[in-house]
Design a protein around this ligand. Structure first.
Ligand SMILES: [Zn+2]
Length: 365
């Protein structure tokens, strides 16, 4: 027996509790009869199906709703619980999904849920191996969510989902060979070969942030020195900026964020530069320069049609950051490859990851 959440009227919103079935005035659980159709949703018209994609981040959870043709309908966002237990995170995720489902048309059937998770996964078994800050350890999240929502639930790596989102509906739409590089507290990536995500032998392909560009350079979170991530992520730029603030060379930054790494969001850099901290601009330019070096390596290796930049840093710093990275990329390309790969900004921004997760769910169902 399988079950699917079915929207059956337009009742008032309710506070979500642990069970979407108890929650439902709008959504109720209908069971299909006959042979087991586990993993296929219920036997409804295909065009009544809706899909949910979720970006399960350490600071926020974003859920987005899509129609049967994967056209965006609505999204909701909530803060990830700070207590760091898996149960609290799953409860918040459930609430976020149910709020998003409220935007579905009457008669809609949930065809699948895709959840993008940071950290190592067993995708086939729906197991989250480990996440920093969220308390998951060998957690059967796929099975639990499938039970909660009565629909197939699949897990996807967050950066891979972001690249898939850009490939199916964003800046990389229609391309066959491309790369996505997501720059935030770390740097992640995804590789598209012949129109599909390339996952490698054990599913770990695309760790572009840990290409070593400057052996013996800045220490990376992975333990190596001189990785792209240690030179061009927001964390890398924050460390350099903190050194400036601490030595009196960035007084505006010192006032805004002090030397607390956690306060160094992308907006803080902009505020400091707007306030007159010229050296902070030099730090950002240096990040863009090293990013360009990494991108040149990717072009040499993969000859992509385009590379898309996603994540908080490129979204916030936008076109000027992209141009600086592009100039550095072009300066480091060998003759013959110059001008062959476009460097693009994300077409979907915050919604790249949930969009890719929803496509992954639809394509798996
Ligand atoms: Zn590294």
């Amino acid at each position: 027996m399988s079950a699917a959440l079915l929207r059956n009227n337009a009742g008032p919103d309710q506070a979500a509790n642990d069970s979407p079935i108890e929650y439902g005035i709008k959504w109720e659980c209908r069971r299909t009869s006959g042979p087991a159709t586990e993993g296929k949703g219920c036997a409804m018209a295909k065009d009544a199906r809706v899909y949910i994609g979720v970006d399960l981040g350490a600071t926020k959870i974003i859920a987005a709703l899509f129609d049967s043709k994967l056209k965006f309908i609505a999204s909701e966002k909530i803060k990830t619980p700070r207590e760091g237990s898996a149960q609290a995170v799953v409860k918040a995720l459930t609430e976020c999904v149910l709020r998003t489902l409220a935007a579905a048309a009457e008669g809609s059937v949930l065809g699948g849920v895709g959840v993008a998770v940071p950290g190592p996964l067993d995708r086939a078994k729906g197991i989250v191996r480990y996440t920093p800050n969220m308390g998951f350890k060998d957690y059967h999240l796929g099975e639990e969510l499938a039970g909660r929502f009565g629909a197939p639930a699949i897990l996807e790596n967050d950066v891979q989902a972001g690249v898939l989102g850009e490939l199916r509906a964003g800046a990389l739409k229609g391309m066959r060979n491309a790369v996505g590089v997501f720059i935030g507290t770390g740097i992640g990536g995804g590789i598209v070969i012949n129109g599909e995500l390339y996952r490698g032998a054990t599913g770990s392909a695309g760790e572009v942030g840990h290409m070593i560009l400057q052996d013996g350079g800045a220490l990376c979170g992975c333990g190596n020195y001189g990785c792209l991530e240690a030179l061009a992520s927001r964390t890398a730029m924050a460390k350099d900026s903190i050194a400036l603030a601490a030595s009196g060379k960035a007084p505006v930054l010192m006032d805004i964020a002090g030397t607390d790494l956690r306060k160094y969001r992308s907006s803080v850099f902009e505020e400091a530069i707007a306030g007159g901290d010229k050296k902070v601009k030099v730090v950002l330019d240096r990040g863009a320069y090293w990013l360009g070096v990494g991108l040149a390596n990717l072009v040499h290796l993969l000859n992509p049609e385009a590379i898309v930049l996603g994540g908080g840093v490129s979204t916030r710093f936008g076109e000027s950051f992209r141009k600086k990275a592009e100039a550095s990329m072009e300066a480091h390309l060998m003759p013959g490859l110059s001008g062959t790969s476009k460097l693009l900004l994300s077409g979907l921004g915050d919604l790249a990851v949930p969009t890719g997760a929803a496509f992954a769910a639809a394509e798996a169902s």
